[in-house]
Design a protein. Structure first.
Length: 416
């Protein structure tokens, strides 16, 4: 059969700035291995297509290397990279993500493009990533189209400025359509998200398939050449003979850096041997939250921390594997199935992990002796930062975090 596989995403095709982007990019990077492992893909004629909102090629968020790689993988598999018009001018990833109006427009335009393409194929599998493409369920028309919506955030979980009633209504509308259509499914990125989809959104369990987040270990992000190391060493300076605390993620309220900084300040006042590395890219930040973080940092000794506010694909792995921080801290207020947590498990080189006691982190780190939670409600992070506990050197073997294995399982459940 002649089959199209279409990946619709706002990030990960021409940029990689979010966890969604990392998951999407990992799909394209690992597609050859997926084909080799899934008979359905190996035994049919597959065309791989990437569909994404228009992005201005002069945007600071545009990544030519990512776009060229995605385009090449699609071309090698009989497909192409397609940009669609949306309400965004493509000036930034923040503009492309947009709001409810942008999500509706993106879903409509993506579905229209796919409806036109579908006539050329026997079967079309459409993977729509995140809220921006959730409403494709309403506008896809061909009986040969199978739609899988993969939410990476949900309005009833993510308590931020996007979690407005209109968003939740949009999500529920899409889910109602998926619940009633035999060709449609929801891919869940982790068990805690699966539970939320069932308990809070009334998703029928028969409509759920596991496309669980993981690490693609062969990714170029986790491959440091001598040239990479020289660049990173020249670009970033980390003081010698310090006990490093590392936290990373987008500079948004969700990630809880405003919880971490005051706790670190109290720790540093007790023990100045500590140094905090805060990798907090601002490409998708609200100005007000970014300013809040800057103001909190002003209260610290300038020698006590290093702030990096630009996204660097190779920096988290470099810090974990080369700098080897004593503590890795995740103070998030809410998450889906966070890539940053998966990276900490995958590349742990003896770091202790302190994490907020939200369901996704409890799912990831629960039972690992070198990882302990702090109470997000009572904010006892400072007490946990100064608490002495042991490292389990085998922590990264305690959970299935391999992207390819997880997606092979997803394919097997989807195809049946």
């Amino acid at each position: 059969m002649n089959i199209a596989i279409i990946i619709a995403a706002h990030d990960g095709i021409q940029s990689v700035l979010t966890g969604v982007g990392v998951a999407v990019a990992s799909f394209f990077e690992s597609f050859k291995m997926q084909k080799e492992s899934v008979n359905f893909l190996k035994n049919n004629s597959i065309s791989l297509l990437a569909l994404t909102p228009y992005m201005n090629k002069k945007s600071n968020d545009f990544n030519r290397e990512v776009r060229d790689f995605t385009k090449r993988i699609c071309n090698e598999n009989g497909g192409e990279l397609i940009e669609i018009t949306t309400l965004s001018d493509g000036s930034s990833q923040q503009s492309i993500w947009g709001d409810v109006s942008q999500w509706k427009a993106s879903s409509i335009n993506a579905a229209s493009t796919i409806n036109s393409l579908s006539e050329k194929y026997d079967l079309v599998y459409v993977f729509g990533h995140d809220t921006i493409f959730s409403l494709m369920s309403k506008y896809l028309e061909g009986k040969n189209i199978f739609f899988i919506w993969i939410p990476h955030s949900l309005g009833l979980v993510f308590n931020d400025k996007h979690s407005v009633p209109e968003r939740i209504s949009l999500e529920k509308e899409s889910i109602d359509i998926i619940n009633s259509n035999e060709n449609y499914r929801i891919g869940y990125i982790g068990e805690s998200f699966k539970n939320v989809l069932i308990s809070k959104y009334n998703v029928k369990e028969i409509r759920l398939v596991p496309f669980v987040n993981g690490i693609y270990f062969n990714s170029n992000r986790y491959n440091l050449s001598n040239q990479d190391i020289n660049r990173l060493e020249n670009e970033y300076f980390f003081p010698k003979n310090k006990r490093f605390i590392f936290s990373w993620g987008r500079c948004v309220q969700q990630k809880g850096f405003d919880i971490l900084i005051p706790a670190f300040k109290k720790l540093y006042e007790l023990d100045s041997s500590f140094h905090m590395i805060l990798l907090a890219p601002t490409e998708t930040s609200l100005k007000s939250y970014h300013e809040k973080i800057i103001n909190l940092l002003i209260g610290l000794d300038k020698e006590s921390y290093t702030l990096i506010d630009k996204f660097d694909l190779k920096l988290p792995y470099y810090i974990l594997s080369t700098i080897r921080p004593e503590l890795v801290v995740f103070p998030s207020r809410f998450e889906g199935n966070p890539i940053i947590g998966l990276e900490a498990l995958a590349f742990n080189m003896g770091s202790k992990i302190i994490y907020s006691d939200i369901s996704p982190y409890l799912e990831l780190f629960g039972g690992i002796s070198s990882a302990i939670p702090f109470s997000i409600k009572n904010n006892d992070l400072f007490n946990k930062l100064k608490f002495n506990f042991k490292v389990n050197p085998h922590a990264n073997n305690l959970i299935n975090i391999d992207f390819v294995k997880n997606y092979v399982i997803g394919w097997s459940k989807l195809i049946g």
